[in-house]
Every structure is written in structure tokens, then in C-alpha cells.
Write a protein that binds this ligand. Structure first.
Ligand code: NAD
Ligand code: IPM
Ligand code: MN
Length: 353
């Protein structure tokens, strides 16, 4: 038997609805592979912020630094400014635990109609490798002249050689293992300092991986090409902001953002990695039991894989795939009428767990 301690942060909105789905699948399918989980649940959320003035306790990060992994539902609530809630919880976790890779795979599954004509199952299979701790998301900057006509805000993007190199190397090695290619998102025509720097370092790294073909595409053109022909892409390497946007776009290509999983990975394993679906707290559907738990379930598979349980992870993915292919049970975002828990039950039944 192997036991893992997971720090569970359901968060807000549908985060609280999809987290139980992920746990049910982890425990249900894990048990068959001799894996058990202990969950330590934390109420860190906008509700906590409203009650206590902070998203998490001051020593919150110390409380979860010894866990094998972190699972987070979603964060954000109408009424609490998003920069307050996210910089009070999600972003500090990514940074303190040096989770510099945000891994966001996507596939068009059999039984799910892509809104993109010609995006067929089996053909669209790509991974966004997003830089996750620097870039356009930075604390450097400020505001001045508040309340005057001269008011201004400045936000500095931070790109370091070491930061770009390690994410590029990660993407190149991943492409090597997949026998695929890397497309690097740039915007060197408009953003004249950081993006040419990004391109230079990515090209230098690619020279050390002669088996991987590297293409650089401006982010605007890349978005259009992804919609027109998603099947031709494999690994998409992107800065923090570009990777964020690309991952909602690729999720939509696969049928909707409720499907997409993510791992915030610390490849050196000095710290726990964090797993969370790509979607947010979806206040428009929260509390109705309508959230698609697929993103959270697929994320649970990524967590299993990260902890070395490749077979259990593959079983979760094949159960998801099986339920979708049968096309009987699906949530409203995919055109069905199943609830979050009905879909989760179908996945567990399919797996025989
Ligand atoms: P969102 O992902 O929450 O929702 C966008 C749209 O997709 C909504 O119409 C929603 O109903 C739908 N949707 C999302 N997940 C779904 C699911 N599992 N099943 C069915 N439909 C789903 O994005 P948003 O509206 O931009 O953000 C809402 C809040 O979430 C904000 O506070 C935002 O800051 C936060 N957010 C948090 C995270 C995170 O914690 N990782 C990620 C993104 C957004
Ligand atoms: C995501 C989210 C976050 C991000 C927000 C909520 C800060 O959109 O994980 O994709 O931009 O990283
Ligand atoms: Mn996002």
C-alpha cells in the first residue's frame, strides 16, 4: 500500500462542487492500485476573506509545504476583487513552491463535438506548457497621480534567462518524449524587449534538441491557426499570459472549458506541485450542481501520474474517455442533462470502481 497526503483547497463557487468529484475518483480508482489518500481540507477562500480579512492564514503556505500534492478547486467570488483573491491564494502557492511549469493538456475526445469544424477525436492532442511564475504576471509596478488627469499605472513584465530557459527545456523534452514539435508563442513584432529575448533563448535551447522541430508564431496569428487547424499542433510553449489565454482557447476547441485539466508543477520536486482544473469558480452556474467535473477528474489523473502512478492515471483517463464515447451521460455544457455527481458516478461505474 502507498499512502499520500493531499492538501485540499476546494475554494469558491464550482471549485467546491468539482473537488469532491476529483477525490471520489482518486480514492475509488486509487484503491484498486494499492494507493490510499489522506486529505487535509483547508477552507481558504473568498468566504474566509469576508469573515477574517485574508484568503489564508499568514503561515498558510507552511501548513501545506509538507504534503505530497495540493488539489485546488477554483478561487474567486463576485464582490471580492479578483486581484485580491487570486494574489491572496493561488498565485502565492505557485510562486512559493516554484511551480514554474503550468502543464495543460487537451484532447478532442470521441463523443464530444468540437465547435471547430474539422477538429476530430484522435487528431487533436496537444499540451500547453505555460511559464507559471514570472513574465507578464508581476508585482513590479504601481500607480501614481490617483484622482488626477495625470493618473497612471505601470506594470513591468519580468523575463529572466534562467526562467525562460527552464520552461523552454521542459517543453522541448516533453516534445522529445511525445515525438512531436514545439510551437513557441511570441509577439516580438510589438513587444520589443521581452519577446525577442524569449525567442532568442528558446532558439538557443532548441539547438540542443535536434530531434524536435521548433516554430515560433506570433500569438495573434497562432490563435487563428489553432482554430483553423488545431490538429497540426503538439506542444505549445508560452509565457504566463499567453499560456493562460491559449489554454482557454484550446479547451474551447475540445468542447468547453469545463474539460481542461492543469498541473502546476515543480519539476525538481523540492516542493509539492498543485493540481487544479483550468476553469474558474463559474459564479453563473455555481450552487446548481451543473458544473462539468471532467476538468477536475482529468486533473486528478495528472496528480496520480505526477506521484508515479501511471497505470491508475491511465485508468482514470480511459474511464473518462469511455463515458464520453458512450454519449449517454454528460453535463449541460456538453449538451446533456447530467449533474456533476451523476457524471462522476458514471466515470466510477465505467471504471468498475
Ligand atoms: P470561469 O472559468 O469561472 O467561467 C467561464 C465560463 O465557463 C462561465 O460561463 C462558466 O459557467 C463556464 N464554466 C467554467 N467551468 C465550467 C465547468 N466545470 N462546467 C461547466 N461550465 C463551466 O471564468 P471567469 O468567469 O472568467 O471567472 C470567474 C471567477 O473565477 C473569477 O473570480 C476569476 O478570477 C476566477 N478564476 C479562478 C481560477 C482558478 O482559481 N484557477 C481560474 C480562472 C478564473
Ligand atoms: C488560470 C487562471 C489564473 C491565471 C487567474 C485566476 C489568476 O486564469 O489558472 O488559468 O491567470 O493564472
Ligand atoms: Mn486562465
Amino acid at each position: 500500500m502507498t499512502n499520500h497526503r493531499i492538501a485540499l483547497i476546494p475554494g469558491d463557487g464550482i471549485g467546491r462542487e468539482v473537488t469532491p468529484a476529483a477525490c471520489a475518483v482518486l480514492s475509488g480508482i486509487g484503491a484498486r492500485h494499492g494507493i490510499t489518500f489522506d486529505y487535509d481540507e483547508f477552507d481558504w477562500s473568498c468566504a474566509r476573506y469576508r469573515a477574517q480579512g485574508a484568503m489564508m492564514p499568514e503561515n498558510g503556505l507552511d501548513q501545506i509545504s509538507g504534503h505530497d500534492a495540493i488539489f485546488l478547486g477554483a478561487v474567486g467570488e463576485v464582490g471580492v476583487p479578483d486581484h485580491v483573491s487570486l494574489w491572496g491564494l493561488l498565485i502565492p502557492i505557485r510562486r512559493r513552491f516554484n511551480q514554474y511549469v503550468n502543464l495543460r493538456p487537451i484532447k478532442v475526445f470521441e463523443g464530444v463535438d468540437s465547435p471547430v469544424r474539422g477538429a476530430r477525436s484522435g487528431e487533436v492532442d496537444l499540451v500547453v506548457v505555460r511559464e507559471n511564475v514570472e513574465g507578464e504576471y508581476s508585482e513590479i509596478g504601481g500607480r501614481s497621480g490617483q484622482g488626477t488627469e495625470a493618473e497612471m499605472a505601470v506594470q513591468e513584465a519580468v523575463f529572466t534567462r534562467a526562467g525562460v530557459r527552464r520552461i523552454a527545456e521542459y517543453a522541448l523534452r516533453l516534445a522529445e518524449r511525445r515525438g512531436g514539435s514545439v510551437t513557441s508563442a511570441t509577439k516580438s513584432n510589438g513587444i520589443v524587449h521581452t519577446m525577442p529575448f524569449w525567442d532568442e533563448i528558446v532558439a538557443e535551447c532548441a539547438a540542443g534538441h535536434p530531434g524536435v522541430s521548433l516554430t515560433s508564431e506570433h500569438i495573434d496569428a497562432l490563435c487563428a491557426k489553432l482554430v483553423l487547424n488545431p490538429a497540426r499542433f503538439d506542444v505549445l510553449l508560452a509565457s504566463n499570459l499567453f499560456g493562460d489565454i491559449l489554454s482557454d482557447l484550446t479547451a474551447a476547441i475540445a468542447g468547453g472549458i469545463g474539460i481542461a485539466p492543469a498541473g502546476n508543477i515543480n519539476p525538481e520536486r523540492e516542493f509539492p506541485s498543485m493540481f487544479e482544473p483550468v476553469h474558474g469558480s463559474a459564479p453563473d452556474i455555481a450552487g446548481k450542481g451543473l458544473a462539468n467535473p471532467l476538468g477536475a477528474i482529468w486533473t486528478a489523473a495528472m496528480l496520480l501520474d505526477h506521484l508515479g502512478h501511471t497505470e491508475a492515471a491511465a485508468e482514470v483517463e480511459s474511464a473518462m474517455r469511455g463515458v464520453l464515447a458512450e454519449a449517454r451521460v454528460r453535463t449541460p455544457d456538453l449538451g446533456g442533462s447530467a449533474t456533476t455527481s451523476e457524471f462522476t458516478k458514471a466515470v466510477l461505474e465505467f471504471a468498475g470502481a
